[in-house]
Structures are given as C-alpha cells and as structure tokens.
Design a protein. Sequence first.
Length: 574
Amino acid sequence: MNIYNKYFKKYKIPFLSGILCVGLETVCDLLGPTLMSHIIDKGIRNSSPELIWHYGGLMLLITLIGAVFAVTRNILASVVSQRFGNDLRQELFLKIIKFSEASTDKIESGSLITRMTNDTGQLTMFVNDSMRIFFKALIMFVGSIVLACMLTFQLSYIMFGVVLIVSILILISLKLSYPLFGKLQKAMDRINSVVQEYLIGVRLVKAFGTYDKEVERFDEANTKLMQSGVNTMMVTTLFFPLMWLAVGLASAFVIYAGSKLFLLEIIEPGKIIAITMYMSLILMSLLVMANVFNALVRAKISGERIEEVLLSDDDFTSGGLKKKLKGDICFKNVTFSYPSGSGNPAIKDLTFSVKNGEKIAVIGPTGSGKSTIVWLLLRFYDVNQGEICFDNYNIKELDINSVRSNVAIVPQQATLFSGTVKDNLRWGNRYSTDEDIKDAVSVAQANFIDEMAKGYDSMLGRRGVNISGGQKQRISIARGFLKKTPIFILDDATSALDAITEAKVRHELTKVADKYTLLTITQRVTTAMSFDRILVMEDGEKKGFGTHKELMQTCGIYRDIYSSQMENIEKEGR
C-alpha cells in the first residue's frame, strides 16, 4: 500500500532495528527444542549431570537473551506504530481541512470520522503486529521446518503436508473475509453518521418529539453493523478450528511415526520430542500468521479508504496569484450545477458586476440560487461555464487562500465554538485589539455581551447553546466585521433579528460601507430597499438588477415580492 511505502522511509531505521530484534529473539526461541533434545539424548540417556547442567544453563542463558530482544522489539514496535498513527491522523486532518465542497459532498462526515479513528487504528495495529509477531512467526515457521529437517528428515513430510493444508485454509479464509470487512467498515460509517446527525439536530428532534424515528434509524444501522460483524467473525470461527485440527492430527501422527522409528532404532527419543515441539511452534506460527493475514485484509481495506481521502481533489493545491483585492466583483455568463445534485443548473447564464464600496442586496424566493452565488465567490465550487472575476482577475487565477482572506462571510446559521466570547470574536481576526472588538460589537449591536456574567470572558457552550439565536447572529456579524476584508457578505445573517435591531445593524454597516463591498442575501424587501442596487433571482436566473425604484418599474417578480411583504406588514400593523 502506498501509505506504508510513504512512511517506511521515515521510520526505516527503528523499523529495521525492530525486525533485527525479532530475528535474534526468534533464533533464541528456535534453539530451545534442539537444546532440549541434547539434554535428553546426551545428558539423561548417558546419565551425565555435567551435560545436563551445561545444556540447561545454555538454554537458560539463551532464553534470557531472547527476553531482552523481545522487550526491545516491543518498545520499538510501540513507538513506530504510535508515531505512524499520529502522523497519519495529522495528515488526514490537514487533508480534510483543505477539502473542496465537492470532496465533502462525496464522503460524508460520519465516514470521515470512521476513517480518522477506526481505519487509522487498523493500520496502526497492523504495523505493531507486523513488527511484534508477524516477522517472528514467519522466521519461526521457516526456522522450525529447517531445524526439524536437520534433526531428522524422515518425519519432515508430515510437516510439509500440514503446512500445505493450513496454507490452503488461510487463503480460502482471506478470500472470503475481504469483502466482508469492507461491508463492516461501511456499516460502521453508517452508524457514526446516524449518531452524528442526531447530536447535531438534537433540539429539533426534541421539539418534534421524533425519538421513535431516531431510535428506529439507529436500530437499523446497529443491526446492520451487528450482522456484518457476525458474518465477518463466522469465517474466523469456521477456519481456525480446522487449522487447529489439522496441526493436532499432524502432531499425533509425528508421535506415532516417531515411536515406530524409535523401535527400529532409526531415531532417538529426544529428537522425537524436539520434532513435536517444532510442530507446536509451526502450529503457533501458522495461527499467528493467519491472524496477521486477517489483520492485513482489514488494513488493506482501511488503507484504501484512507487513500481515497488523501487522493481526493482539494482546492488548496492549485496555487495562483496572491493579491490584496480592492473589492470589485464580476460574474460573466456564469452557469453552475452542483456535482452531486440533480444535474439542473443552480445558476444559469448569470451576469452582473459590483464596484468596490457598493452595497448590493440579492433577493428572491427559496431555491433561486442566492446562496449559490456566495459559495461560488468563495470558490467552494468551480463554475461550469463563464467566469467570476475579482478586480479583473479570474478567480481561478488567484490563490484560494488569497481569495478567502479577502472575503468575510456571516452565514445564516451562526456557528460558534466552545470557549469565551472574546475567543469566538477573535476567531475572525486573532490580532484584533480590545478596541477593534468593541467597535465590531457596536456595529453588530451585540452590546448584550457587557451584561453577561463575565462580559467578554463569559464561556459559550458548544455551538453557542447557552445564548439565543439572535445573540449568536450578532456575535457572528461582529466576528465577520473584525476580519476587515474588502468584501463583506451577509448570507441572510439577520434573519433571527427583529426589524429594529436589523435596521440598527444595517445603519452601522452603512456608515463604514465605503471601506468594503457589502453583499447581502436577504428575504426581506425592506432590507433590500436601502441598498445601492438589488439583484433579483428566480430559478437560478437573473430577473432584475437595479435600484428599488428601477425594479418597481421594470421587474414584475420584485413588485410581487414587495406587494406581498408590504401587505403582510400592513395586516400585522392592524
């Protein structure tokens, strides 16, 4: 796998040192049966205590040396495997951070969590097992056969026969288990996704009282995971006893055949015992290798899943020009369809331009493509046709970091993080001074912060659960304002504010509007009316672009939106 090839170069010295220790430890273990045969045949049969003590002491010394190598091997295996896992998780996380929206749409978040945790764990375990037991089992396997043949070749055909049978069983089990492990990982992806979706929407679930539906979804995913686990374990449950049976019968046959040879005075009893011990070592080696091969199957599947993430196209690798933008925006005949959508264009042949310092509102019914304009400006996606320009530079020519560092966005769903209010505000600009923060808070009408228990040092829960939706939006607006970029986007970011507070926020933003281009996505015509120009969207198409007065004369859709909302306002006033 490419992952192992990549990291092998980094950990080559400790890895090979660990393998050397494994080899030396295994040699010490392999000498045990041979020394035992010498104790029996040369010491006990000849009634020689000197030889018994000599070979017994030598056996004890070799065992101690083997223990030292075993401890060293375990330490090296733990260090290498854990560092490998650490580096792999770090690389995965850095890759996920740089994901394009297309890559995010392709691999769901639940699957990414499984790959970050379970799949990296499988690879880490395989590296550890490889260094600790696989190479030892392999060397033990080969060495046992060689030394057994050196002791007596008459019984070696039994070993070769059992090796052939067990090898066939291992190959069959691997072939059967490979697709089952893939299904198991996918089932784990699904259960992670179900749990994550519930935790994100826990308040909505409680509000609608849909506990039974969530329990049903989890039960379905959990049952599939259980079934996949059972199917996978059935292979091991079936084949491992067969391997034990084959080697057990072979050991019994070795003792039977050895006793016949002993009666014919062809072989000594110590060698029969040594052969039996080597048969046990061969058995253990085969079973260990079978376990490692099963781990290899899991590791191979996990490696493929991780490589799918690492090899995904991302939006940070394109390079490009690094520019400090003025704030001019231009859409030229832009058409765009979401990669994983229905295939119908979300934006159709859209053309409009905005100059630095202008205030532009985008209005239209749900599904008209308003938010899509924002995602294209941030280059979460690339257009299918046409081009988007900043300051006469095609967005594809600019470095994406440069583009996004020149744009501040306040989304409709304000996302806050665990930490203090000040930490969340400085997330927009970590170099902000206390004076900058107070100015931004004033613009966003977030003065409620001063009334909190610890003011700016008050702690916010995960996703800001301990404050209201309107308060979250105002903190989010202040955070975006602190970024001090030439382009400032409000994506329906005042939807949770009352009309009076929204008007105050809009007024404060207007006072400094000449410093940046302000683009607002809104559903409220009363908000759009105060902007320099209004872009009217419907079904992904531009239906009008101009001032409120111009659109009232030329754009029927805008007039309908205006009439409908004004009528509702009048009814509420009564």
